[in-house]
Design a binder for this molecule. Sequence first.
Ligand code: ATP
Length: 237
Amino acid sequence: MSDYRLQVIDLHKIYNNKTYAVRGISFNIKPGEIFGLIGPNGAGKTTTLRIIAGLLKPTRGKVLFEGANLVENIGIAKKNIGYLPEEAGVYSRLTGYEHLKLYAMLYEVGDVEKMIKYGAELSGLGDKLRKRAETYSKGMKRRLLLALVLMRKPALAILDEPTSGLDVYASVRVRHMIKKYVKETNSSVLLSSHNMLEVEYLCDRVAFIHQGKIFVEGTPEEIKDLYGADNLEEAFV
Ligand code: ATP
């Protein structure tokens, strides 16, 4: 078996025979690693994430999950990968707890009660789980959505801009949730972000994407050294 949880090999995506969104992206993620894709709007981050999540076919290239070809076997993604799209929303009339119950039943794996308990704990929403989601702040909604993805402990969680639109405090709580999850499960996380300081704090390794290509990849330390910068933000200006 491969040492890598995920291997992305020379991924290309052309939309409608004209928009070349991803132009040969390759990277690997180990178990227990948080890997961040960072880059400007339209760089190809969401396209890359959706291909790896098994939601979009690449024009060319391979995605291997623990050595097995995910592009040819969509069941592998379904079983092992959790995906949180940027635009995900909650059901306003349902309580947080009802969300957890609904998703636990939909997943059809393992012990439903245990899953709900883990999701509830991870969300940090406590008694608020008994309230309807329409009463939640943006940050609480995001934590609930993240708990719904992570409660079944996917070996790879793909999170598209998990803190976008959140204030500093809510972002900190979401980051904390991601770190806690990885520490407890040794799962891997692949996320995208526009926030350099966030990826510097959160990620073991980072790839900067520009116009569908990886411009530079490494640990935040390696990238800072390369550009002689004090932080990642400074490295990219
Ligand atoms: P953002 O940070 O704004 O979310 P991104 O880095 O996630 O951007 P993508 O959403 O992957 O970038 O888009 C990459 C390119 O592909 C863009 O030029 C976009 O307009 C184009 N694109 C994305 N989805 C489609 C689609 N379904 N059909 C056609 N073109 C698309």
